[in-house]
Design a protein around this ligand. Structure first.
Ligand code: HEM
Length: 454
């Protein structure tokens, strides 16, 4: 047996769930690519997959739905009860009736409803929604002179934004924020996912009665005529597809900007940082689980029918053949947004959100710098995301009401703001307090709504 060839019979699979992978995932991609376009990995204990690390092969799989299906009901080991039902990767891989896990006509119908609803959002609207949320979050820590911009900012902003884009009223939004935080942190994830489903069924029913200018209403009104259950499933999917990657795009780009910065702030343009991150440190590093309809030869590596074939967007982006072909700097060459029928329909939207969020932070705290050395930074374990655990920063303490009052002083906002400022909740160091709508206590979302009246 060739112990150095991962594709040799009996060779050990590369684990993608441990600290070693989180610390240096490129070692796994490079090692597998040295022996073939794909190789055997373990996504979680007891969950095996083939990881595609070569750019050309990744495109071939992504763009060939006639051979590589998305429907997880094909997964033989899961159907035979050989996958632990509490495996942390199951929610990301098992079938749900949403765009990500469906094929053919069913996928087309759901994707059309989702993309046409997302397309109603424009840059002006996104900026208008992101800016007050950013200001609100910055106010929570600006007087302290230090913060962890992952847990105090990049993690919370997409959660509050999705509430806004979905048109959640205070009571539903507080529950959605708490359930999202619990789900992403793995705190009783099953209960959190049930709570999210309940919230979205309520939200759908509300928007059927009183539609407004938000994603939920647009989905409800879409000519595809989605049922309440289908609407709920697309909303849950949209949370997974947007909140975690957005957080990582903001977090990884902030790291790069601050690393390249000096006393006068970052020396790189935000858009350039985003492009760099999408190529070199993509927020979704590995995903797009496919199930081959029959045994397939992936350039000498056999992918068995109905077993998971996962695309390494990070591995494909770092494939030396991209550099050799002179494509590494082309925006269309990297696979951070996926490719083929399931490619991300929200590229522009996602970038406007990240640029606005980062711009707001850098403008509010112009002398922001990293505190501590980047060598001490840690990455969250897990096979799919590329996500910092924390990103400590420091800056000159800035009065808390500065950013909030900037919103309140425009004539339109002042007119819509008859009540005095509500007290800002204590800094939310943990996602557990992101919702936290206990008895008689305001939740995070309702506190935000009360301050900005947006
Ligand atoms: C912030 C950075 C983001 C990145 C890097 C990203 C990346 C991706 C990738 C790689 C896929 C393909 C997954 C696959 O093939 O299985 C995808 C799909 C998708 N993304 Fe994004 N995404 C981002 C933000 C968003 C946002 C903000 C939204 C919506 C508000 C969104 C909505 C979707 C949807 C609906 C799909 C599924 C499309 C389908 O299956 O037909 N994404 N995204």
């Amino acid at each position: 047996m060739d112990v150095h060839n991962p594709n040799a019979a009996g060779a050990a699979r590369c684990p993608m769930h441990d600290e070693a992978f989180a610390a240096a995932p490129e070692k796994v991609y490079d090692y597998l690519r040295a022996h073939g376009p794909a190789g055997p990995v373990e996504l979680a204990p007891g969950v095996d997959a083939t990881l595609v690390v070569e750019h050309e092969t990744a495109r071939r799989v992504l763009q060939n739905p006639g051979v590589f299906a998305r429907d997880g009901r094909r997964w033989t080991m899961l159907a035979e009860g050989r996958i632990p039902l509490d495996s942390p990767v199951l929610p990301m891989m098992a079938y749900r009736p949403n765009c990500l896990f469906t094929d053919g006509a069913q996928h087309l119908r759901l994707r059309k409803a989702v993309t046409e609803s997302l397309d109603k959002l424009n840059v002006t609207r996104i900026r208008r929604d992101v800016e007050p949320i950013a200001a609100y979050l910055i106010d929570q820590f600006s007087e302290l002179g230090r913060a962890d911009v992952i847990n105090h900012y990049a993690k919370l902003l997409p959660m509050l934004l999705i509430n806004k884009l979905f048109g959640c009223p205070a009571a539903i939004g507080d529950r959605v924020t708490t359930a999202m935080a619990d789900m992403f942190d793995g705190r009783d994830a099953q209960r959190a996912s049930e709570e999210l489903s309940d919230c979205f069924l309520e939200l759908v029913s509300l928007k059927r009665r009183s539609p407004a200018e938000d994603i939920t209403s647009w989905l409800v009104q879409h000519p595809a005529g989605l049922s309440d259950e289908e609407l709920k499933d697309q909303l849950v999917m949209l949370i997974g597809a947007s909140v975690e990657p957005e957080r990582n795009l903001i977090g990884n780009s902030l790291l790069l900007l601050l690393e390249r910065g000096g006393d006068d702030g970052p020396s790189m343009q935000i858009e350039d940082a985003l492009d760099h991150v999408l190529l070199n440190n993509p927020p979704i590093a590995n995903y797009a689980t496919h199930f081959p309809l029959q045994d397939v030869d992936l350039g000498g590596v056999l992918a068995r029918a109905n077993t998971p074939v996962v695309i390494s967007f990070a591995g494909a982006n770092s494939d030396p053949s991209l550099t050799e072909a002179g494509q590494a700097h082309s925006r269309s060459a990297h696979l951070a947004w996926g490719a083929g029928p399931h490619a991300c329909p929200a590229k522009s939207l996602a970038q406007v959100i990240a640029v606005t969020a980062i711009e707001q932070l850098l403008n509010a705290l112009p002398d922001i710098t990293l505190s501590g050395s980047t060598a001490e930074l840690q990455w969250r374990p897990g096979p799919f995301h590329r996500a910092l655990v924390a990103l400590p920063v420091e800056f000159s303490p800035t009065p808390a009401t500065r950013t909030a009052s900037a919103y309140r002083t425009t004539p339109a906002r002042a007119a819509a703001q008859p009540t005095p400022l509500a007290p800002v909740p204590a800094p939310t160091a943990t996602a557990g307090s992101a919702g936290g709508a206990g008895k008689g206590k305001k939740g995070f979302w309702s506190s935000f709504l009360e301050i900005f009246r947006v």
